[in-house]
Design a protein around this ligand. Structure first.
Ligand code: GTP
Ligand code: MG
Length: 295
């Protein structure tokens, strides 16, 4: 069988729904999602193989003005992911005005000389008139190969998007096994699941200043998996918030995380969590790298 593949970058400002879209495209939850900006910190690869075509989607951190070393890293990941791919999907909110983040990304896409399409997401939240004005606004601003309105939440338009993506596939052997949906090691998925629950349960700077390290990941003879995880935060006061009164918050976070870890692993998981402080780690080159945020 002659096979085809395409490397496709999914870019956009924070919180537009890139990770939600990635999950919908590959049909499995492989990227964490939250209602807070800057959820994704690394390039997350999502793979979809259908018939003779393999599409490799790269979910990227939301493009923003970096204020920490971690932010610098995230913005760099996005920048590098746009260069040299078969296609970039720029995901935007259904808003008829173009912000500096979109302008910056459009500029980079242009510089890459790679094809790009626009996905206007969250169309489940707007009226048709608004959508038309968004389309008009972006049509004027840049020349995309296609503009496709979608809802990553309901799946509306996603099949259209997939079909369009397929058109950019080029003859090549498959890059990953056919049943693979992500290239992330299981450990990393577990750490990300815990970070997602931190984002869901905590407010303001607290979850943004966390990093999760899996210190133990082992399987018993009966299939049960033991996971030890350390949650790092930036301040002693944050540690108190994460643990909560009588440990209630940490218990809630761990229990939510365990449910998802079990779903992903397909087996029973024992999860033990600790909280430690690493003062302002997001501004330390060494610690940012140490927590896995490096090329
Ligand atoms: N109503 C609606 N909400 C959506 C849709 N897509 C995503 N969302 C919501 O938008 C929020 C952000 O989604 P994410 O997928 O985490 O966004 P992201 O672009 O990956 O964000 P970063 O990783 O921070 O850059 C979440 O609350 C999602 O549930 C959509 O099509 N419709
Ligand atoms: Mg994301």
């Amino acid at each position: 069988m002659k096979t085809k593949t395409a490397m496709i970058t999914i870019a956009g400002r924070p919180n537009v729904g890139k990770s939600t879209l990635t999950n919908y495209l590959v049909g499995e939850k492989i990227a964490i999602v939250s209602n807070k900006p800057q959820t994704t910190r690394n390039r997350i690869c999502g793979i979809l193989t259908r018939g003779d075509t393999q599409l490799v989607f790269m979910d990227t951190p939301g493009y923003h003005r970096a204020r920490t070393k971690l932010g610098d890293y995230m913005v760099n990941v996005t920048r590098e992911s746009i260069a040299d791919v078969d296609l970039t999907i720029l995901v935007v909110e259904p808003i008829a005005s173009i912000g500096p983040q979109e302008e910056g990304l459009i500029e980079q896409i242009r510089g890459s000389h790679c094809p790009a399409i626009l996905a206007i997401n969250k169309i489940d939240t707007v009226e048709k008139d608004t959508l038309l004005s968004v389309i008009a606004c972006y049509t004027q601003a840049a020349s995309f190969d296609a503009i496709i309105p979608i809802s990553a939440k309901t799946g509306d338009g996603v099949e259209d998007l997939l079909e369009t993506c397929g058109g950019y596939a080029v003859e090549s052997p498959f890059l990953f096994p056919e049943d693979m949906t992500t290239d992330q090691p299981e450990r990393q998925v577990m750490a990300e699941i815990i970070r997602e629950k931190l984002l869901w349960c905590l407010d303001r700077e607290v979850p943004h200043g966390t990093a999760v390290e899996i210190t133990k990941f082992s399987e018993r003879d009966n299939g049960i998996i033991d996971i030890d995880a350390t949650i790092y935060c930036e301040k002693a006061s944050h540690k108190g918030i994460i643990i909560g009164k009588n440990g209630a918050m940490l218990k809630k976070i761990s229990s939510m995380a365990r449910t998802d870890c079990e779903k992903f692993m397909g087996t029973k998981v024992y999860l033990t969590t600790w909280v430690k402080v690493k003062e302002n780690w997001r501004d330390s080159d060494f610690l940012v790298r140490n927590f896995g945020y490096s090329e």
